[in-house]
Design a protein around this ligand. Structure first.
Ligand code: C2E
Ligand code: MG
Ligand code: MG
Ligand code: MG
Length: 279
C-alpha cells in the first residue's frame, strides 16, 4: 500500500485552522474507520435562480469530522481516497445520505428540489454505478428527477465515448447530469453536444478572474451563450461579489452558487435558513 502512494508518505494539511503533518498510512486507516464511526457529514450549498433570486437546488459537499483533527475538507482526503479505492464506499455513502436527506425534507413538506452530488472519476468507471444509483433511489423512495450527478469535465473528456454511454444510462433512470468545473478540461462544443448534458457548471476560477480583464468576461459570456444555444442549463460556481452576479445576469446565466449567497451549511442550518414549506 505504501509503495502505491509513492515516495512521499506524509501529507501536510490544514484542518480547523491548524496545520498538521500526518502519515498517509495513518490517514488511510482513519478513513477506513470513518464510515463505520459516522464521521462523515454532508453540508449543503444553495443554488439560486438568477431571474427569481430564489432557491432552486442544493449541492451536497462532504466534510470529515475527524475525532482528533477536527473538520477536514474534501480536497484534503478525496484525492487520497481515490488513490486507495476508498472513494467507492465514500461516494456510495454520499449518494445514499444525500437521497435520504432530500426525501426526508420532502416528507417534512418543504418545497421539493434537486440535490446534487459529486461523482468521482473512479465511480463513473465502475460498471455498477447505474445499478447503485437505481438501488439507492428505490431504497430511499426519492424520485429520480430530484437527484443530479456532478461529473467533472476532465473525467468526462478523459474517456468521452464511455462517459457519454454511462451518462445516457443514468439519464434513462431519470437523474440529471451536470458537467462540473466546466472550462478547465478543454471539452469542445461538439463533445458537449454529443453527451446531452442537463447542466454545465462554470468553474469558480473563471468567476474569480472576471474582474481582471475583458478577455475573462468574454470567455465566460461565450461559455454561457454556447450553453444557452444548446439548450443546456448553465450555473456559475464561486460567486462571491455582487459585481460578478450583475455580470452573470447580464450575459444570461441561469443559476449561481457561491459565498455571496451562502457557504455550505450543515443540514440543520440549511433547512433553517433556506428551505420553505410548500403552500
Ligand atoms: P466542486 O464540486 O467543484 O465544489 C465547489 C467547491 O467550491 C466546494 O468546496 C465549495 O465549498 C467551494 N465553494 C463554493 N462557493 C464558493 C465561493 O464562493 N468561493 C470559494 N472560494 N469556494 C466556494 P469543497 O466543499 O471544499 O469541495 C471541494 C471539492 O471536493 C469539490 O469541488 C468536489 O470536487 C470534491 N467533493 C466534495 N464533496 C464530494 C463528495 O461527496 N464526493 C466526491 N467524490 N467529491 C467531493
Ligand atoms: Mg460539484
Ligand atoms: Mg465545481
Ligand atoms: Mg471545482
Amino acid at each position: 500500500q505504501a509503495k502505491k502512494l509513492g515516495k512521499n508518505n506524509y501529507c501536510f494539511f490544514e484542518s480547523t485552522g491548524e496545520n498538521f503533518i500526518k502519515n498517509k498510512l495513518d490517514l488511510i486507516n482513519d478513513l477506513a474507520k470513518a464510515i463505520h464511526n459516522e464521521e462523515f457529514e454532508l453540508y449543503y450549498q444553495p443554488k439560486i435562480d438568477v431571474k427569481t433570486m430564489s432557491l432552486v437546488g442544493m449541492e451536497a459537499l462532504i466534510r470529515w469530522n475527524h475525532p482528533k483533527l477536527g473538520t477536514i475538507h474534501p480536497n484534503q482526503f478525496i484525492p487520497l481516497a481515490e488513490k486507495t479505492g476508498q472513494i467507492v464506499k465514500i461516494d456510495q455513502w454520499v449518494l445514499k445520505n444525500a437521497c435520504m436527506q432530500n426525501k426526508q425534507w420532502q416528507k417534512e413538506n418543504y418545497t421539493p428540489m434537486a440535490i446534487s452530488i459529486n461523482i468521482s472519476a473512479i465511480n463513473l468507471n465502475h460498471a455498477q454505478l447505474v445499478e447503485k444509483v437505481e438501488g439507492v433511489l428505490e431504497e430511499t423512495g426519492l424520485a429520480p428527477g430530484y437527484l443530479e450527478l456532478e461529473i467533472t469535465e476532465s473525467t468526462i473528456i478523459h474517456n468521452i465515448d464511455y462517459a457519454s454511454r454511462m451518462i445516457r444510462e443514468l439519464q434513462k433512470l431519470g437523474v440529471k447530469i451536470s458537467m462540473d468545473d466546466f472550462g478547465t478540461g478543454y471539452a469542445s462544443i461538439s463533445n458537449i453536444k454529443k453527451i446531452h448534458l442537463d447542466t454545465v457548471k462554470i468553474d469558480k476560477d473563471f468567476i474569480m478572474d472576471l474582474h481582471k480583464d475583458t478577455a475573462n468576461k468574454a470567455i465566460v459570456a461565450t461559455m454561457i451563450s454556447m450553453a444557452n444555444t444548446l439548450g443546456v442549463n448553465v450555473i456559475a460556481e464561486g460567486v462571491e461579489e455582487k459585481s460578478q452576479l450583475e455580470f452573470l445576469k447580464k450575459v444570461n446565466c441561469d443559476q449561481v452558487q457561491g459565498y455571496l449567497f451562502s457557504k455550505p451549511l450543515s443540514g440543520k442550518l440549511f433547512k433553517e435558513r433556506w428551505l420553505v414549506k410548500q403552500s
